[in-house]
Design a protein. Structure first.
Length: 241
């Protein structure tokens, strides 16, 4: 290897993902928190699906046990069985989608240029169970140039911040949560805010998000005012046009 070759080996192209820093330990903490949250939300639907399938198996076993030969399954019972299986399939599909979304967010990808709105949308899906009835949700995911970072990790950050804003909004009737992605010169701006009761966790989560996103050259502002809600602004550097 020549000196020139050695020099090139020490300077990987930042656009090809090589030589990217590993995810900071804080990102792993975010991943664990979101994974636990999603697992808790999936536990009851999984148990309900198990019970539904158990009833289907029980019906079939009783039919086999009471049949003395190749007896056709009663048409009306067959229709009920078909409906039960179709409902179970839809439930399993929804659960699998949630797990797939979590798997995408947990992917240990190197930093690269990515679609900010798509990552924010994934974060919204992960935190969707917090945005229940009673809270108005305003979403505006605009187009920005690709930003530098790890999309799955940004989704985890967004999920945590949305969850805090949703809790703040729930505690003050009539409140709303807004999530927006807008372009700024050289930046993609992600804004998550509510006009609820506020949260003592906002400052700590803001620091956590700042430590994660600073590794990509980004910036984070976080604030919470009792009775006025929480506000988070995430700025990620974008690719030059």
């Amino acid at each position: 290897m020549t000196d020139g070759d050695a020099e090139q080996a020490r300077e990987p192209d930042p656009d090809d993902g090589a030589g990217a820093e590993p995810a900071p330990p804080l990102a792993h903490g975010l991943a664990g928190d979101v994974a636990v949250d999603v697992a808790r939300q999936l536990a009851e639907p999984v148990r309900a699906l198990r019970d539904r399938l158990g009833l289907v198996v029980d019906h079939l076993e009783r039919h086999v046990a009471t049949s003395t030969g190749p007896t056709p399954y009663p048409w009306r019972s067959l229709q009920v069985l078909r409906q039960d299986l179709a409902a179970a399939y839809l439930e399993a599909t929804a659960l699998a989608r949630r797990l797939d979304e979590l798997d995408r967010a947990l992917a240990a990808d190197p930093a690269s240029w990515f679609d900010v709105s798509a990552a924010v949308e994934l974060g919204l899906h992960l935190a969707g169970h917090h945005l229940a009835a009673g809270v108005e949700v305003l979403i505006d995911l605009g187009n920005t140039p690709p930003a530098r970072g790890v999309p799955g990790t940004l989704a985890l950050v967004v999920a945590q911040l949305v969850a805090v804003s949703a809790r703040s909004a729930h505690e003050l009737p009539g409140s709303s949560v807004s999530v927006r992605v807008t372009p700024e010169p050289g930046w993609a701006l992600v804004t998550i805010a509510d006009n609820g009761s506020g949260s003592t966790r906002a400052s700590g989560l803001g620091e956590l998000a700042r430590d994660v996103i600073a590794a990509w050259g980004g910036m984070v502002d976080a604030a919470s005012v009792p009775g006025a809600g929480c506000a988070f602004e995430l700025r990620l550097p974008t690719q030059a046009g």
